[in-house]
Design a protein around this ligand. Sequence first.
Ligand code: 2DE
Ligand code: MG
Ligand code: MG
Ligand code: MG
Ligand code: MG
Length: 324
Amino acid sequence: KIVSQIKLPIENEMELFEKKFSGAMSSKVALLNRITHYVVNRKGKQMRPMFVFLIAKMTGNGTVEERTYRGASVIELIHTATLVHDDVVDDSNRRRGFFSINALWKNKIAVLVGDYLLSKGLLLSIDHEDFDLLKIISVAVREMSEGELLQIEKARRLDITEAVYFDIIRQKTATLIAACCAMGAQSVNAPKEEVEAMREFGELIGIAFQIKDDLFDYGEEKIGKPTGIDIKEQKMTLPLIYTLNTVPPKDKRWLINSVKNHNKDKKRVKQVISFVKDTGGLDYAVSKMKDYQQRALAILQNYPNSPYKASLELMVNYVIERKK
Ligand code: 2DE
Ligand code: MG
Ligand code: MG
Ligand code: MG
Ligand code: MG
């Protein structure tokens, strides 16, 4: 399997990381421990820690530092917090094929669990007086919150431009992957320019990653997430934006009406999905995603061949080709 192949050059690090990470969440409150266990047992692909370790090893002559583990744990804690909150914000009852925290324990508890995980992440950097790390992660949290709010603001006006779409996904998603990659390099004391190059690399992949996530809403792949949710929330993503901007005014009016009034007729969401496919919206989004993929791969070409670089290349391609 591709993910285990990617992990090969960082197998030991990932194993040690998992131990450190589950310890980092523990609390005296039994309810909280029950919920964090639920989260850990349904962990995702752990792409973010993989980026941290692969980049640390690529930029640091094949070794990682104690700070690298800390960085990976902080990122994963914050990432988990954002997903718990995201499912509340999006009113989504599924995550990775399982019930979301809000579906099982209700919003009140999900909000508080997210806050707890966020504070644990910040404290982990403060406890070690790792202020570089604290800075990287605090900027990411601010950007993600702004990105989410920008998205909500724009959902009320359906005529969002492609430029605004890219701003939103850069903030809500790419920023955290950029932080992973910058942190990986910084944790092994890579020079400043290299830290910045890795941040850029992460941003490019992050944008491609979110375009892919938005494509899943069109149901091309069978994953543990319901489809058509973004449309129902009037969340405008690239395929729909492209179609809106290219079809004749009468089709545009029909589309906008359908998105606004999807409640009145259950078939509407399915019709919007087919219309976007038929008018090239999906193809357009796929080609944009591939542009970002190529730009990310180009950055890696500045490095000599190594198992870490090879895994990073596989990972860039995996982001694009993944089925979930
Ligand atoms: C995923 O978008 C974006 C997630 C960012 C969430 C950030 C929040 C603010 P999607 P999926 C809620 C920051 C909160 C903190 C730091 C606690 O398309 O499809 O909704 O995976 O993702 O649900
Ligand atoms: Mg969501
Ligand atoms: Mg969301
Ligand atoms: Mg997602
Ligand atoms: Mg999504």
